[in-house]
Design a protein around this ligand. Structure first.
Ligand code: PBG
Ligand code: ZN
Length: 327
């Protein structure tokens, strides 16, 4: 029995930890991470989120410590989600200068001025029906919602936010927010667009965390159909044309083909959102002892980087930072 020609031996470069380190193509750094924070106006003690072990809703008074902890780990940014004590049909608390996110922004910046404070800009946490904008009948009225997004973004900017991150998938949202920020004197405030956001079952645990489930129907008339890839390139191109500084693809893990395609087609930094359902699956399996949490999480983070992500929004960020800092 003859052997094949074995002049080609890829295993040569896997022979020692040092060689593997030298030829490693992709790296993960603490600089890549953004940690989400939920701030609830109605509570005075932090409250665990049942479906997201390790994640809690914070009271306003807990924001400073939370941001200092993140900064001490070397994580450069946080993204804030607010749960207001009052909701109404249009989500007007979202543009109250004394609203929960506006106050949280000021707390965060006071606690750690060098931390990049990002504000998710949407209305589903603020409306009594849980949809991402103003309703017209049973559908979200796109253009009426744009005017509110403008007010919300300018109010966050006045509070001192570093980046605005509109997540509602309204047509024209980036252009509308850009012009409102510019008119209000915030031409240096960047926009990170949730440009490619799918109508996903993976958002389930988040909606518990942020109290943002739609009270009827779903988000399929504004978020993207999971079957569509070309449409992702169209959304990305539109948002860049409207002035987006950073693009996001969301969810991350089930959409790595989309991440790679958007990266290829664009020249702006790209973020991925490793969403609540992805997090919950890993935590649940790890709690059962079925997977090695650290290995699985680090491998997942690397997959985002390999696909082309520059930034990763993840509930694992503090653990990842600790693991990276230990190495
Ligand atoms: C708000 C928003 C959602 C998420 C981020 N911003 C939920 C949704 O669209 O229903 C999901 C984040 C996660 O699942 O971790 N529009
Ligand atoms: Zn929303």
């Amino acid at each position: 029995m003859s052997l094949p020609d074995l002049t080609l031996r890829p295993r040569r470069l896997r022979n020692s930890a040092t060689l593997r380190r030298m030829v490693r193509e992709t790296t993960l750094s603490v600089n890549d991470l953004i940690y989400p924070l939920f701030v609830d106006e109605s509570i005075s003690e932090s409250m665990d989120v049942g479906s997201m072990p390790g994640v809690s809703r914070l009271p306003l008074s807990g924001v400073g410590d939370a941001v200092r902890e993140v900064a001490a780990l070397g994580i450069p940014g946080v993204i804030l989600f607010g749960i207001p004590s009052e909701k109404d049909a249009i989500g007007s608390e979202a543009w109250n200068d004394e609203g929960i996110v506006q106050r949280a922004i000021r707390e965060a910046k006071a606690a750690s001025p060098e931390t990049c404070v990002i504000a998710d800009s949407c209305f589903c946490e603020y409306t009594d029906h849980g949809h991402c904008g103003v309703l017209h009948g049973e559908d979200v009225d796109n253009d009426a919602t744009l005017a509110n997004l403008q007010k919300e973004a300018v109010s966050y900017a006045r509070a001192g936010v570093d980046i605005i991150a509109p997540s509602g998938m309204m047509d024209g949202m980036i252009g509308a927010i850009r012009s409102a920020l510019d008119d209000a004197g915030f031409s240096n405030t960047p926009i990170m667009s949730y440009a490619v956001k799918y109508a996903s079952g993976y958002f389930g645990p988040f909606r518990d965390a942020a109290d943002s489930s739609p009270s009827f129907g779903d988000r399929a008339s504004y978020q993207m159909d999971p079957a569509n890839a070309r449409e992702a390139l169209k959304e990305a191109a539109i948002d860049i044309a409207e002035g987006a500084d950073i693009l996001m693809v969301k969810p991350a893990l089930a959409y790595l083909d989309i991440v790679a395609a958007v990266k290829q087609a664009t020249d702006v930094p790209m973020a991925v959102y490793n969403v609540s359902g992805e997090y919950a699956m890993v935590k649940a399996a790890a709690e059962k002892g079925w997977i090695d949490e650290k290995r699985v999480v680090m491998e997942t983070m690397l997959s985002f980087k390999r696909a082309g992500a520059d930034l990763i929004l993840t509930y694992h960020a503090k653990d990842v930072a600790r693991w990276l800092n230990d190495e």
